[in-house]
Write a protein that binds this ligand. Structure first.
Ligand SMILES: [Fe+2]
Ligand SMILES: [Fe+2]
Length: 159
């Protein structure tokens, strides 16, 4: 991002980078959790659950990529050490169920994680609205996908 592009951002770039790095950490934790549960889920209908989890994991990894890109455009550095991811995340890592066949527990974990993500991006959208158009565009794009994720898993629970 050039000088003028940064100059029109009506927020502290340092704060904005910090907020985006927190969301970046959240995305990695969500990716790892969903990916891990996709590898280990067992029992009846495990194949469907594996497919849903892999689809979400792929989206979360994409969100991490988009955030890494924007952090750098704003002059920041994405968190480089994986040991720092949980420390910087908005929420602690949620452990997958010990019973890998507990599909309902998996659905609850994902629904909770998605609800938390919706809160994070809603706050970021409010913070950047009218202040940084490009970051606003990115966080509302991610928000719309988290809304879809929550819906997919809420519907599974209602079945
Ligand atoms: Fe995400
Ligand atoms: Fe998500």
């Amino acid at each position: 991002m050039g000088k003028q592009a940064r100059a029109i951002v009506d927020l502290s770039l340092k704060d904005l980078v910090k907020d985006l790095n927190k969301a970046y950490a959240d995305e990695w934790l969500a990716f790892y959790l969903y990916w891990y549960m996709a590898q280990t889920v067992s029992g009846r209908a495990y194949e469907d659950m594996q497919e849903f989890l892999n689809r979400l994991a792929k989206d979360e990894l994409e969100h991490a990529q988009e955030l890494a890109d924007q952090i750098q455009k704003l002059g920041g550095v994405p968190i480089s050490n994986p040991m720092d991811l949980e420390k910087n995340a908005n929420a602690p890592y949620m452990l997958p169920p010990k019973n890998t066949a507990d599909i309902n527990r998996i659905i609850r974990i994902v629904s909770e994680a998605e609800a938390a993500a919706i809160d994070v991006y809603n706050k970021l959208a409010k913070k950047t609205q009218g202040k940084d158009h490009i970051t606003y565009q990115l966080v509302t794009h991610i928000l719309s996908e988290e809304v879809e994720h929550e819906e997919i898993f809420e519907n599974l629970l209602e079945r």
